[in-house]
Design a protein around this ligand. Structure first.
Ligand code: SAH
Ligand code: SF4
Ligand code: F3S
Length: 469
């Protein structure tokens, strides 16, 4: 596809800004400033999208609330990755009927990955009549126009046309913190792992221009942002679609030249495209955190093939070995799926043996959830949920021992952390992260937020460390 068709033309973005201005004028006529509530499910990509939605709402003159009964506009940004995620959203959306009964002028919007699916849209259309607007991730930049349509036509609007996806530059943003920021460097996914819904709802891979990414990061660094996380479903295939191709390692090197006291993290790396070039760049770049989320999914080469992951167990282990050889302090995390269709107990135990061999710092573990429309959902899946749960518990036990052990080894040591926010816990009021991204709960006052501190570790559990400044 031609690049020029991927990036939304400036004229189109201007047209959206006109709708924003019209909405702001409508909002101004109200007795009080309208309040918006934005609720987010799913991955960091959705968190970043929600910050753009909030940016647009702010420009429309809205304030923000977390109380659905106070809100005039509610936006639920949804995730479709597993059935549980969808069930949760249907529950939340069902509850909103009460807010709508109390305030009939409330506008309820559903967006994100679930909204892009035809079946979901149909279900909402038929059974959730209090939802006014549905739009998928591809239509995010057209939110002002869609909301204006709902306001002025007084009818429900569904915008879920299956598009390849585009790139919208210059959307406003409300960042949740001045210390941490998310920067999407690409959108969509081309990998079609056989279990995964993402390529169907997020469209094809498309990369932002390096100049746009660098400008955004330069601004964040100037504003004193300390932690910038680059986002993409597979950052290692960054740049392949650019008119002047540039790979992810080269992008990291360019970012690293931007002066400032900040750290760069990124997610997610697909193992098939991550290699020596990337690990060498990570090791060289002083701003890049020595942290890698490298989802393996399974420790069985047969299952990996059925998953369409494009690497074997041995190839994965070799990559880990190399990454650690150039970054001995590397903090390594992974995603695992247990119970892929046709997986045997012996294959699940190959995954357990892999995690024991790698000794990850932390794992995100999931039981396979069939996603309608994906190839895996059509594969025979004879193993019961109960049996998968037993394998899953074995995996968790093994990982808890590993993380617990790694964390215990920290007790008594002093580590440098960035204090990034309040934890909400009375005893350990501050949260912070080490360079490698390890969570450390701290005693201390909120004046530390945004600063680096040397911390003595006094305690640990399987999830986090605890310490004093
Ligand atoms: N792009 C990232 C992952 C995005 S989804 C990558 O390729 O690594 C986050 C995680 O959800 C995946 O790594 C996978 O472990 C899990 N996941 C995706 N689809 C799933 C499904 N159908 N059932 C269970 N877990 C799933
Ligand atoms: Fe899903 Fe695979 Fe793409 Fe990750 S790389 S988003 S798991 S299809
Ligand atoms: Fe969920 Fe969509 Fe992210 S399906 S995990 S919110 S890309």
């Amino acid at each position: 596809m031609e690049r020029t068709q991927v990036v939304i033309p400036a004229g189109e973005m201007d047209r959206q800004r006109e709708f924003t201005a019209r909405l702001a004028a409508l909002h101004q006529q109200r007795e009080r400033r309208p309040l918006a509530m934005v609720e987010t499910y799913g991955c960091q990509q959705n968190v970043a999208d929600s910050q753009r939605i909030m940016g647009m709402l702010r420009e429309m003159g809205c304030g923000f609330t977390r109380d659905p009964f106070q809100a005039d506009v509610i936006v639920i940004n949804t995730c479709a990755i597993r059935e549980n995620a969808e069930k949760k959203v249907f529950g939340v959306v069902g509850q909103l009927v009460h807010a709508k009964e109390k305030n009939p002028s409330l506008t309820i919007c559903l967006c994100g990955c679930m909204a892009q699916q035809e079946v979901v849209a149909e279900k909402i259309r038929a059974s959730y009549r209090h939802v006014d607007l549905i739009f998928g991730p591809q239509a995010l930049w057209r939110f002002p126009e869609l909301l204006y349509e709902v306001y002025t036509r007084h009818k429900r609007v569904f915008s879920i046309a299956d598009e390849h996806g585009s790139i919208a530059e210059g959307l406003p943003v409300v960042r949740e913190s001045r210390v941490r920021a998310w920067v999407s460097i690409m959108y969509g996914c081309n990998n079609f792992c056989s279990y995964c819904i993402v390529p169907y709802v997020r469209g094809r891979e498309r990369s932002r221009e390096p100049a746009d990414i660098l400008a955004e990061i330069r601004q964040l660094a100037e504003d004193g942002c300390r932690e910038i996380t680059l986002l993409g479903q597979n950052v290692n295939s960054y740049g392949k679609d650019l008119d002047n191709p540039m790979d992810f390692a080269a992008l990291l090197e360019e970012i690293d030249k931007i002066p400032g006291d900040y750290l760069i993290r990124f997610m997610t790396s697909h193992p098939k495209d991550a290699g020596e070039r990337l690990f060498d760049a990570m090791a060289r770049c002083t701003h890049v955190a020595k942290q890698l989320h490298l989802p393996v999914q399974s420790g069985s080469s047969r299952v990996l093939k059925a998953m369409n992951r494009g690497y074997t167990r041995e190839q994965y282990l070799e990559k880990v070995r190399y990454a650690r050889s150039v970054m001995p302090e590397l903090v390594l995390t992974s995603d695992i799926i247990i119970g892929f269709p046709g997986e045997t107990e012996a294959e699940a135990m190959e995954t357990v043996s892999l995690i024991k061999e790698v000794r990850y710092d932390a794992l995100f573990t999931f039981i396979y959830s069939p996603r309608p429309g994906t190839p895996a959902a059509r594969m025979p899946d004879p193993v019961s949920r109960a049996e998968k749960q037993v394998w899953f518990d074995k995996l968790l036990d093994a990982q808890n021992q590993i993380s617990g052990g790694l964390h215990r080894a920290y007790i008594g040591k002093t580590v440098r952390v960035l204090v990034d926010g309040e934890s909400g816990d009375a005893e350990w009021p501050l949260s912070s992260r080490t360079n490698g991204g390890r969570l450390v709960h701290l005693k201390g006052d909120p004046g530390w937020i945004g600063q680096y501190a040397d911390v003595r570790i006094t305690d640990s559990n399987t999830w986090a460390l605890f310490g004093e400044i």
